[in-house]
Design a protein around this ligand. Structure first.
Ligand code: UT7
Length: 326
């Protein structure tokens, strides 16, 4: 059984925030943000949620595929910024779209989450467990960003993307290979704490409350990304029996234009084959890849038979990639 993506969708909050506005909130400049990251503006939530954005993205993917929500077997939501610890966001999206026959659960692999979700969908489909799976990446990072820390808050944006993956017995479209990994020993270089322990027997130091926002050692993450993503893509291509020249597009997690350029250089691939949208939307963690995929799809830049590499990396630390025949 092969996995074919038959619909894509995305949703962004309505409010744009450019670097000039950021400079009013923290000590930064448009020039610094553009030079160091490639980001020009991002969308920030003024009430949109992981569930509302994810729901909109899913409905667009279903509409494009011409499939009713009740025909979906599983919803996998990649997010690290859920509104609730439980019910999970995937169950809330299931209710919102009326996917009455679908199982649903969340995946937290930070910025690698969407690729991990797609890899899981492929495994379910190949094993014959499910036939139609919505894989969603949805984040409202502005709710965990530290708005007094200029080194992190300027990087992130909110948004959601989704694909509908379907089992097919024939046709060229499929996933050729996948790879994923983690290095938990370096997890704290990019972290955001959950709730503190405050039970009747044990209370954590209230000063720890400061750590309940996103913190990052940018340099460490940068070095990890440049090194690991190139290795990971080389490995996933080798598994598929392909060389970089045989791939049409490399769709990477949109964290930083310099990371993407370094990966392209390491692979010896022209940067023109690495589409980017981070100038307009910033780093949306697990939503970055599916939003870009949807934009490319709707612009008619993906053609059946094209070979595409997806690769995500981030908190965990996690990394993953897959090769698709579109
Ligand atoms: O998706 C999750 C994965 N996350 C990432 O992939 C992020 C990876 N890391 C990066 O993209 C980069 O490390 C950053 C963009 C976060 C930072 O770039 P950098 O070139 O590593 O800068 P830096 O942290 O070394 O900071 C250089 C200088 C510092 O000033 P001093 O100490 O040299 O005087 C910072 O205080 O830039 C300063 N700085 C800023 N200045 C203006 C840090 N943030 C800002 C800012 N505006 N927003």
């Amino acid at each position: 059984m092969r996995m074919k993506i038959i619909g894509t969708g995305s949703a962004l909050p309505r409010t744009r925030v450019d670097n000039g506005q950021m400079a009013e909130w923290v000590d930064t400049t448009d020039a610094w943000i553009r030079e160091r990251t490639g980001i020009g503006e991002r969308r920030l939530s003024t009430g949109e949620t992981v569930v509302s954005l994810g729901t909109e993205a899913c409905l667009k993917a279903l509409e494009q595929a011409g499939i009713g929500a009740e025909e979906v077997d599983l919803i996998l939501l990649a997010t690290c910024t859920p509104e609730y610890l439980f019910p999970c966001g995937a169950c809330q999206i299931q209710a919102a779209i009326g996917a009455v026959h679908a199982a649903a659960y969340d995946i937290n692999a930070a910025c690698s989450g969407f690729v991990f979700g797609l890899n899981a969908a492929q495994a379910y489909i190949r094993a014959g467990v499910y036939r139609r799976i919505l894989v969603v990446g949805s984040e409202v990072l502005s709710k965990v960003a530290d708005w007094s820390d200029r080194s992190t808050c300027v990087l992130f944006g909110d948004g959601a993307g989704a694909v509908l993956a379907q089992a097919r017995e024939d046709g060229e479209s499929r996933m050729l290979s996948s790879i994923q990994g983690a290095d938990g020993t370096k997890g704290m270089v990019l972290n955001c704490r959950s709730r503190m322990m405050m039970n009747p027997l044990f209370q954590e130091n209230p000063e720890e409350a400061d750590t309940m926002y996103l913190t990052m050692d940018g340099r460490e993450v940068y070095c990890f990304a440049v090194r690991q993503v190139a290795v990971c893509i080389a490995q996933v291509l080798e598994k598929a029996g392909l060389t970089p020249e045989e791939v049409g597009l490399f769709i990477l997690h949109q964290a930083n234009v310099r990371i993407i350029e370094a990966v392209a250089r390491n692979l010896g691939v022209d940067i023109g084959r690495f589409p980017m949208n981070l100038e307009r939307v910033g780093n949306m963690s697990s939503a970055s890849i599916p939003v870009l995929l949807d934009e490319l799809n709707r612009e008619g830049r993906l053609h059946r038979g094209d070979r595409i590499v997806l690769s995500g990396f981030g908190g965990g630390l996690t990394y993953g990639a897959c090769v698709l025949v579109w």
